[in-house]
Design a protein around this ligand. Structure first.
Ligand SMILES: [Zn+2]
Length: 111
């Protein structure tokens, strides 16, 4: 029997380096060599936690205008081997950003 499922490109979503460039900027270098830049306020607006996104409908509950453009990164920690958790300067810290999600965000216009 042939395996019909496409092979998961796992190496593409592993970060090689997570680098905080300054108070509000994050750079991730991925295992495939792609470099993505993130800005704190944009990441905060994309927060995937249950307070910011309705778990059932997927609707975004967070008003993007409620997040200051001056938002800073307070702290970054690695969750397991699959995600990053940020503590923002506004005190919010419940978002778990999977590497896959971060990589998806990287392709969007605002990032
Ligand atoms: Zn959140």
């Amino acid at each position: 029997m042939n395996e019909a499922k496409p092979r998961e490109p796992r190496e593409a979503i592993e970060p090689r380096e997570v680098m905080q460039e300054d108070d509000a900027r994050l750079r991730i270098t991925w295992a495939d060599g792609r470099i993505c830049h993130y800005i704190a306020s944009e990441l905060r607006r994309a927060c995937p936690c249950a307070q910011c996104v309705n778990e059932w409908s997927g609707e975004r509950m967070l008003n993007p205008e409620a997040v200051s453009d001056d938002l800073k990164i307070g702290d970054i920690s690695i969750v397991g081997r699959y995600a990053l958790n940020f503590r923002w300067s506004d005190g919010h810290e419940t978002g778990i950003y999977s590497f896959r999600y971060l990589r998806e965000l990287c392709g969007k216009d605002s990032f």
